[in-house]
Design a binder for this molecule. Structure first.
Ligand code: PEP
Ligand code: CO
Length: 456
């Protein structure tokens, strides 16, 4: 077998990547990016891997969420803050409700390139190349806007660096301090989820006050005042990924320096394709989307390529089948994993199998279907005695109307009012919190059963 190199993917079949027309411009951008600092460090990726290993054993739970596609136009500090805030709230609901440490990973600081189901889009008889994310081309429906422009990689890098900088500041600079658990809701519209959250926040505050009064100094330690927050994105635009891949001098291994965790999408997981080749050689934790068309044979081959040493925490399988379909597909994949004794973290993406066209014409996801898929995911794992280790979802801290339903009942007609996504419909802040409450309930039930079983 020839040794892996960061450019080895170029010799493999590639799909879902742009055909850049100006090679000189592309090479100039790649040369520039190769000299820029990596966005993350190998030690951080290794630490995340350890935390994901704990989630795979049922000792932690992965919360992975953010935009479907980050946008150049909607890039603001408030947007980053609000998404971060909702993630913190969701994590609090899970930690408090289910008594489980939460691994927090944003679909942020690099989630720009999008796979598309069709190469072209036709509007009023005019056919143009599809929009593939701000790192590649532009959403405007003009021939010029849809030409892939390599220079956009530089803007995506700069935006990722600025986003990560703010996330790091929020994580350690006081914003994430647990004493501020109440303030994370301020500015969000009221809803049932918020009231339930305030109740938990009050109880957390009480516990902290109690500990302080009893002389337990936990309230001032590092654990109370900072969080670990990681970044992730789909490793789709391989020219960008390769240019940010660096040798880790400590281990002699290669790091995808573009984000802590990268994943392979449902459309680009061909075992002999370019995307699998690239991911197979970097040391980061890797996600692999598994959909209705993933066969047991494919999965075993992919596990062999992506995690040949069977390292715990290295491989996260992100199941996205759609509500009503989990029982049909997940068991064969669980059996495949068991057959080869593979160590994997099972995560549920209840978004990508539940996209429909609403009566008002918008692409949407009924929130009931999102919740239903999460329940089915837990039920199947319960049946098989395997560990449901996390959720992966598309959300924003903004008060958008993109997914229908939820306690504040977004209807088909409401979708037009605040539909801002650059790609797929996202959960808004209140729907995200509701999802966290459902997951906390499922995890609590699971914990009680495990306790019962342990006590005979
Ligand atoms: C995504 O996560 O935005 C995505 C396109 O997912 P999938 O590859 O599972 O369709
Ligand atoms: Co998406």
């Amino acid at each position: 077998m020839t040794e892996w190199t960061k450019s080895g993917w170029r010799a493999k079949p590639r799909i879902q990547m742009p055909a850049y027309t100006d090679q000189d411009a592309l090479e100039a951008v790649e040369a520039k990016l190769s000299k820029y600092p990596p966005l993350v460090f190998a030690g951080e990726a290794r630490r995340l891997k350890e935390e994901l290993a704990a989630a795979a054993r049922g000792e932690a739970f992965l919360l992975q969420g953010g935009d479907c596609a980050e946008s150049f136009e909607q890039f603001t500090a408030d947007g980053i803050r609000d998404t971060f805030k909702v993630m913190l709230q969701m994590a609090m609901v899970l930690t408090y409700g289910a008594k489980v440490p939460v691994v927090k990973v944003g679909r942020m600081a690099g989630q720009f390139a999008k796979p598309r189901s069709a190469d072209t889009e036709t509007v009023d008889g005019v056919e143009l190349p599809s929009f593939r994310g701000d790192i590649i081309n532009e959403l405007d429906f003009t021939a010029e806007a849809r030409i892939p422009n390599p220079e956009k990689m530089l803007q995506a890098y700069m935006q990722s660096a600025a986003t990560l900088n703010l996330l790091r500041a929020f994580s350690t600079g006081g914003f994430a301090d647990m004493h501020r658990v109440h303030s994370w809701t301020l500015g969000f519209a009221e809803g049932q989820g918020t009231a339930k959250y305030q109740d938990i926040a009050t109880r957390i505050q009480d516990s902290i006050d109690f500990m302080a009064a009893a002389g337990i100094t936990g309230g001032t330690t590092h654990e109370f005042s900072t969080v670990d927050f990681y970044t992730s994105h789909e490793s789709l635009l391989l020219e960008y990924e390769e240019a940010l891949t660096r040798l880790d001098s400590t281990s002699g291994n290669w790091l995808a320096g573009s984000g802590h965790m990268v994943w392979i999408g449902d459309r680009t997981r061909q075992p002999d394709g370019a995307h699998v080749d690239f991911a197979s050689g970097v040391l980061n934790p890797i996600g692999l989307k598994c959909g209705p068309t993933t066969t047991a044979e494919d999965l075993k081959e992919l596990i062999g390529k992506l995690n040949p040493e069977n390292e715990e925490g290295r491989l996260t399988l992100i199941a996205r089948f759609g509500a009503g379909k989990v029982a049909e597909h997940l068991p064969r994949l669980i059996a495949a994993v068991q057959e080869i004794d593979a160590k994997v973290l099972w995560v549920c993406d209840p978004m990508h199998g539940n996209t429909i066209k609403s009566s008002s014409g918008y692409k949407t996801r009924p929130f009931d279907m999102v919740l239903a898929e999460v329940r089915e995911f837990f039920a199947v794992h319960k049946q098989h005695g395997t560990v449901p280790g996390g959720v992966h979802f598309e959300m924003t801290g903004q008060d958008v109307t993109e997914c229908t339903g939820g306690v504040r009942a977004v209807s088909d007609e409401d979708l037009s009012s605040r539909y801002h996504t650059a790609c797929d419909p996202r959960l808004n802040a209140s729907q995200s919190l509701e999802l966290a409450f459902l997951v906390a309930e499922e995890l609590t039930a699971l914990r009680q059963e495990n306790l019962k079983a342990a006590n005979g």
